[in-house]
Structures are given as C-alpha cells and as structure tokens.
Design a protein. Structure first.
Length: 266
C-alpha cells in the first residue's frame, strides 16, 4: 500500500496544461451539441443557393464584365456560417450550474478559462467553412490562388470568427444569461447587410456605399474574394487582416474585462 501511494504523482499544472485541458473539454462537447453547428451550415448554404438563384442572372448581365456571382457569394456564405459560433452558451451553463465558480476555487490559471474555449471555437469555425466550400466547388467555384489560397481563405474565416467571439463571451461573463448570449448575433446583422454581402461596392446606392466603406466586413469580404477570383492581392489581404485585428482587439478587450469582473465577484 505504501509503495502504491509513493507511485502517485500530481498532474503537472501550468498555463499550457490548463489551456489544453479547457480546450480539450470544449472540443469533446461539440459533437454532443448538434444544435450549435447544424444551423451554422444549413442556413448559410440555403441563402447561398437562394441568392445565386435570385441575383446571378441580374449581376452577370453586363456584357464583358466576366463577373462570377457564385464566387462573389461564397465568402458571404462563409461569413454567415462562422460569425457568432462560440462556446459562450456552454460558458453560461457552467456559470449557472456553479461549475465555473468551482473552477475559480482551484489553482487553474484564469486566462485559459477563456482562451481554451476560444481555441475550440477556432477549430469549429474552420471546420464549418469546409461544407460550404464543398458546396461552392459543386456549383463551379474555383480558387485562383490554388490550395494555398484555399487554406488562407479558411484561416481568414477562422480568424474573423475568433475575433467576433469576444462579444458573446463578454455578454456571457457579464450577465450569465442565455437569452442575452443568444441575442449577441444581432450585433452582426447590421454589419452584414450594410456592406458588400450581396452586390459589389460600386453597385450600392450613395448612402449605403458610404457606410459600407467604413464597415470592416467590406474589407474582410474583399480579402476572401481576392483569393477566389483575383489571385494574391497583398493590399486586399492586408486591409482584411487589419479589419479583423481591429474588431478582435475591441471584442477580446471586452471579454477579458468581463472575465476580470466575474473573477472579482467570485
């Protein structure tokens, strides 16, 4: 019995270990929550097909334009698929059941409690792009930048999805309310339609074009579309990544502030 007790070793702990543990738990729970990812695939795919059916002939009717509306709409479908997908609802459940409070009583590092969930979000968001991209391939969309461009396309989509997750996490940590977290997607809707989601910037009316120029989604969509239709456009990609960084800094700052507030209250 003594020898058996001597063989027992405490599990190593630290920032990386805690991060991997939290992320692993979040990833393992994803297959059990089909209501999270099935709508995120079905709804964008549905609107992708509907928009092409409704607007393709109209947008491609200009002689000599060589405009491919299917390729134009693919990034829009991807953005709709990945925006707002997060583990924030699960975090609310942990808060309501007291599990999150119990974690705060352990020696676990505080930052991995949030970053671990975001790692799982990034993996899920990147995975969600694949079915929509496959649908695009079936409909005849190709990538001018090849396989590397396809990978860059997925990473940009994943980075945008990760940048946006700060908002639902901030709401979850601040309120602990599932209804409030569910409504966080409404933050995205004005941005989604006040941009080049359905037609190019030059086709927008004056006031809408002016708003779209200040909408970060315009530049993210431009960056993704450049990979599909134009090739490696450094300017478009740079502006898209800068837009993601700006939104990410704002949202993640809010999420970290909410985490600090939740820790103080407990």
């Amino acid at each position: 019995m003594t020898e058996q007790h001597q063989d027992i070793r405490a599990r190593p702990s630290g920032f990386v270990t805690d991060l991997v543990t939290i992320a692993g738990r979040a990833l393992r729970s994803i297959p059990r929550e089909k209501e999270v990812f099935i709508p995120a695939i079905f709804i964008p795919a549905f609107f992708f097909i509907v928009n092409i059916g409704a607007l393709q002939d109209l947008t491609e009717s200009v002689p000599g334009s060589n405009f491919d509306y299917r390729a134009f709409q693919l990034p829009t479908a991807i953005i709709f698929a990945v925006t707002g997908v997060s583990r924030a609802a699960s975090l609310v459940t942990d808060i309501q059941t007291g599990y999150f409070d119990r974690l705060l009583l352990t020696p676990v590092k505080r930052l991995p409690l949030l970053l671990g969930l975001m790692i799982a979000d990034f993996v899920l968001v990147c995975a969600l792009t694949i079915p929509v991209i496959i649908l695009g391939f079936i409909l005849g969309v190709g990538f001018e930048t090849g396989v590397l461009g396809l990978l860059a396309f997925i990473l940009i989509a994943g980075s945008w999805g990760l940048a946006f997750t700060g908002f639902p996490y901030a709401i979850a940590l601040k309120t602990g309310n599932p209804a409030a977290v569910g409504s966080s997607f409404l933050l995205f809707f004005p941005f989604a339609f006040l941009t080049t989601s359905t037609v190019p910037l030059d086709a927008l009316t004056g006031w809408l074009r002016s708003i779209a120029r200040f909408n970060p989604l315009t530049y993210i969509l431009d960056a993704m579309r450049s990979l599909v239709t134009e090739g490696w456009d450094g300017a478009a990609l740079g502006k898209g990544l800068l837009a993601i960084m700006i939104v990410g800094v704002i949202s993640q700052t809010m999420a970290l502030a909410a985490l600090r507030g939740r820790i103080k209250r407990n």
